[in-house]
Write a protein that binds this ligand. Structure first.
Ligand SMILES: [Ca+2]
Ligand SMILES: [Ca+2]
Length: 428
């Protein structure tokens, strides 16, 4: 806990209480209605799950107050508050001491203040409940009909009908076996759902649609995006098909300066080359291929909760999270990185798909080659974004999942490649 927060607890001064009472009485007189029309709106303002830098919280109305859970700098607290002077004010407790906070609502944003600490929190809506998710013990097949969320659940080998409703940002489900009702909750985890009953908790993985295109590139749906990601970076053989079908394609990709097989990721391609490849493939198949956006790439690497608007804002903001997990240095087999890290045996690039795929089934999201993204790095519109690191990288910061590389769209390099996404290919 931040030392500055200690001893900052201060009750509301008498002047404030009197002023508030006067305001309340005036408001009550003015409204002259049994139902205060603002109550519902205020309940909506603070109810749900909100995430910001170093803070996340979940709140629900509780007998005229709000209560819930706060995670502050990695520690969990119970939280309670009530509305006063246009803000939600209250305390959280670490078991021995109280700390005062205020929350100010603004649509989908909340400003959290505790002494000198301030953070803007963004509302997080529950995960899109579509498709099929399963673990060894549970399978959920969602069917969103009649405006409700329901479907079939296979639980301990038996199939039932279930329904889910949202209660203050939590998802509560129920299914019936005869007269007996089983209750469960659902929470979102990166690329998964956490299913919990009183008996056990299971992480359910989505059974995702996938397609293979005319070049043999495999694409999978990535939940939280509207696109399908190629599971590999674009390979030498894919780029060769493009270069052979078109005149005037720059030949730098043929001379990387080291030996490459057909299934190695193509390198020495700049942002413009990568865009031209996507445009050709789109024309060839009558579909829409493009580079991933920086935000889509983040979801695909497991960073669904970044704050900031430009890639520059988000650069290195989430610490201690790498494509392979949270350990530093990377464990053996984490990916194709610089030889000084001692995690692989490849001198240059490696064939796509030889290291472990991530939670979405994507290979080389860390290491092998940097991947161009659609976005400008910032408002200057000078450089494009590169993500994921390469076979020549070893620096701890540049291997973070949240790290953004940047270069002008005309630069070719033997550590730069790209990955395609397929737009609108998600059938569910
Ligand atoms: Ca290597
Ligand atoms: Ca990569």
């Amino acid at each position: 806990m931040n030392q500055k927060l200690r001893h900052s607890y201060q009750r509301y001064p008498m002047k404030t209480i009197i002023l508030t009472l006067v305001l309340l009485i005036t408001a009550a007189g003015f409204l002259r209605a049994a139902q205060n029309p603002f109550e519902k709106a205020d309940a909506d303002l603070y109810t749900g799950r909100f995430v910001g830098k170093d803070v996340s919280l979940r709140l629900k109305p509780d007998a005229g107050e709000w209560s819930g859970e706060l995670v502050f700098k990695g520690d969990k607290y119970t939280i309670k508050g009530r509305q006063l002077e246009g803000a939600l004010r209250g305390n959280f407790n670490d078991g021995s001491e109280d700390y005062e906070f205020t929350l100010q609502g603004d649509g989908d944003k909340l400003t959290f203040k505790a002494n000198t600490f301030t953070s803007t929190l963004q509302r997080r809506n529950p995960p899109p409940l579509k498709g099929v998710y399963e673990s060894k013990r549970v399978k959920l097949d969602f069917q969103n009909t009649d405006g409700g969320i329901n479907g079939n659940i296979v639980f301990k080998g038996q199939q039932y009908r279930f329904s889910v409703k949202e209660v203050a940002g939590d998802l509560e489900g129920v299914f019936k076996n005869g007269d007996e009702a089983f209750k469960f909750t659902l929470a979102s985890a990166p690329g998964a759902l956490v299913f919990q009953t009183g008996e056990f908790s299971d992480q359910l993985s989505p059974i995702l649609p996938s397609v293979v295109n005319s070049l043999g590139m495999k694409f999978v749906a990535v939940p939280g995006t509207e696109v399908m990601f190629c599971i590999w970076d674009v390979r030498v053989q894919d780029y060769r098909a493009y270069a052979e079908a078109n005149s005037g394609v720059d030949a730098s990709w043929e001379k990387p300066g080291f030996t490459q097989g057909d299934t190695h990721p193509v390198v020495n391609v700049n942002w413009n080359d990568a865009k031209a490849f996507c445009a050709w493939l789109s024309r060839k198949e009558g579909k829409t291929y493009r580079l991933p956006t920086d935000a889509e790439w983040s979801v695909a690497v497991g960073l669904a909760d970044e704050s900031g608007s430009t890639p520059k804002d988000k650069d290195k903001q989430i610490k201690d999270v790498y494509p392979w997990g949270t350990q530093w240095p990377p464990p053996s087999g984490a990916g194709n990185y610089d030889k000084s890290l001692n995690v692989d045996s490849y001198e240059g690039t490696s064939p796509v798909g030889v290291f472990t795929a991530n939670q979405f089934g994507l290979y080389d999201m860390g290491g092998n080659v940097w991947q161009w993204c659609e976005d400008w790095y910032d408002g200057a519109q000078f450089s494009r974004v590169l993500r994921g690191g390469s076979w020549l990288d070893y620096d701890q910061d540049s291997l973070l999942s949240s790290y953004r590389g940047l270069f002008t769209p005309v630069v070719r390099n033997y550590i730069y490649g790209f990955r395609c996404v397929l737009v609108g290919g998600v059938s569910r």
